[in-house]
Design a protein around this ligand. Structure first.
Ligand code: IMP
Ligand code: MG
Length: 174
């Protein structure tokens, strides 16, 4: 792995600054209440760590694996839950923490899947949004950055399970 992989879009400093803003907003929105943060494995873990450190109200964390992708860069359109929550979200303020919203297929499915368990509320917080790629109707409540139709890696995001450990978001040419 070379020093910089691909063209850098967002540095760690930029992402952390944005996480501080969003964390402060979440803390304000849920003041006096608690939040139940659900990270989508595996891509969201780095962003989730940044977000949770900036939340000042009570916060629980949990994880789910919902996958619509095989290997490579194209979606299969079929979503499956491969790892379910460990805890009970009934009556809780759920915030799904996602790495990126592309077609929206994964999140649309996941939001419905979790809504069936009757949480008090469900919101979505994503590091990246590719609105031009959307095929289903779903929007995030908290968006780190909107990007063009680029395939991005790093900061949790992978290409064939590689590059999740890069401390920045970049894109590969071609
Ligand atoms: P969607 O169901 O099409 O919205 O796909 C969402 C999932 O696809 C994300 O959680 C990622 O795992 C993956 N994905 C979509 N776009 C990218 C990308 O540019 N880089 C890496 N993974 C991506
Ligand atoms: Mg993902």
């Amino acid at each position: 792995m070379s020093d910089k992989m691909g063209t850098v879009l967002f540095t760690e400093e930029q992402i952390r600054a944005r996480a501080a803003e969003i964390g402060a907003q979440i803390s304000k929105d849920y003041e006096g209440e608690g939040v139940y943060l659900i990270g989508t494995l595996r891509g969201a873990v780095v962003w989730m760590a940044d977000i949770m450190k900036n939340i000042t109200c009570d916060a629980e964390i949990d994880f789910v694996t919902a996958s619509s992708y095989g290997s490579g860069t194209t979606s299969s359109g079929v979503v499956k839950v491969k790892k379910d929550l460990d805890g009970d979200i009934y009556g809780k303020n759920v915030i799904i923490i996602e790495d990126i919203i592309d077609t929206g297929t994964t999140l649309k499915f996941l939001k419905g899947y979790l809504a069936d368990r009757n949480p008090k509320s469900i919101k979505i917080c994503t590091l990246l949004d590719k609105p031009s790629r959307r095929v289903v109707d779903i929007e995030a409540d908290y968006v780190g950055f909107s990007i063009d139709n680029l395939f991005v890696i790093g900061y949790g995001l992978d290409y064939d399970q590689k590059y999740r450990n890069l401390p920045y978001v970049s894109y590969l040419e071609g």
